[in-house]
Design a protein around this ligand. Sequence first.
Ligand SMILES: Nc1nc2c(ncn2[C@@H]2O[C@H](COP(=O)(O)OP(=O)(O)OP(=O)(O)O)[C@@H](O)[C@H]2O)c(=O)[nH]1
Ligand SMILES: [Mg+2]
Length: 418
Amino acid sequence: MQFYDFKEIEERVILIGVQTEQDEDVAASLDELEELASTAGAVTAGKVIQNREAVHPGTYIGKGKIEEVAALLKALDANGVICDDELSPAQMNNLERELGCKVMDRTLLILDIFARRATTSEGKIQVELAQLRYRSARLVGLRESLSRLGGGIGTRGPGEKKLETDRRLIRTRISALKAELAQVEKHRELIRGKRTRGNLKTAAIVGYTNAGKSTLLNTLTGAGILAEDKLFATLDPTTRVLELKDGQQILLTDTVGFIRKLPHHLVEAFKSTLEEAKYADYIIHVVDASNPQAELQMHTVYETLRELGATGKKIITLLNKQDRVQGEQMRDFRADYTVKCSARTGEGLEEFKEVLAKLLAESQVYLEELYDYKEAGMIQMIREYGSLISEEYREDGIFVKARVPAEIFVSVIPKARK
Ligand SMILES: Nc1nc2c(ncn2[C@@H]2O[C@H](COP(=O)(O)OP(=O)(O)OP(=O)(O)O)[C@@H](O)[C@H]2O)c(=O)[nH]1
Ligand SMILES: [Mg+2]
């Protein structure tokens, strides 16, 4: 009797990395690649690191290493390889031919994970756009590689029923997607504009993937966002109001996580999402302080922020997951404020809110004034643009304590004082 298994064929892969610099931690990078692979549904059967001056321009790794990998594929019963860097079209074709198995790279993997995670129309358009741009340069090799298993990593995506392999069709689709995206972006700008008019300050929650950004927003505001022990659980930004003391409010936006070697095409396609950080007044940088790679992750985050042009803002770094940290503490010299916390247990979050309140207060002017009853309109304005701390109805008028943005200060000074 024969059993048929209709499940997708299990992808068993060998991960390949190239060590070019002494201090580069390729082993750790491959560990992360393994996590990415498992998120995408592939099982890591083995890992290979080659020490080279530079990546081999034609085949990524050298000839001897290719033979080693080919033998490993057999020995470990693996059916694919994933390289830790983005392969050029030529490298992909050549490796594919030499190894005779499915060849993937870090970028394809990340794109695949994004493709599964995208839920909103904006997210889906962005992912499809990034995938098509990546594929259009690699039609030949990819077609071979992806058809080998008839599915799996690299073949999933929001847009297609079947893998698009015609260059001309891809170009047409890319233009259509770009036009759609432009529409969505316009909408986002509109929303952004509304927020600024409401005069609330905004803070973007950024950080390495899985650092605890969504958990933070959930704990602070009950936002109800999916927070998972998975890479790239969040793709679409969510914004919530956080109430602080004295009626102060701030808008917090949870965003897509960063990762080292974030694919160029993704950054391009996800620009409007990633730019939340660029348009925010403050940056809240969440670090998984319990991760052995925390320092490097922090560095990656700052590099990415720089690429996005999100610089020159006050930064609050949260050294998160303190419930799992023992002993030696790390520091972030680039932050204006650093707070140790646990988004899960709530530890340290009061202190964090104090810092936010302080930052907001800095950008506002404190006033204590007596308004004539006829000047209730000014108090309305304070309510709208600033934060009203208290109002007291007296015989001679309304006594108000408040904080207002410097820009409107002159407009809300009572007549009696002018
Ligand atoms: N122990 C501990 N775990 C935490 C803490 N904060 C978050 N986590 C866990 O870390 C994992 C990732 O949390 P998320 O909030 O999804 O992380 P994220 O930064 O939004 O990740 P992406 O959206 O994937 O970029 C989840 O399993 C959380 O429960 C914390 O303070 N302590
Ligand atoms: Mg998240």
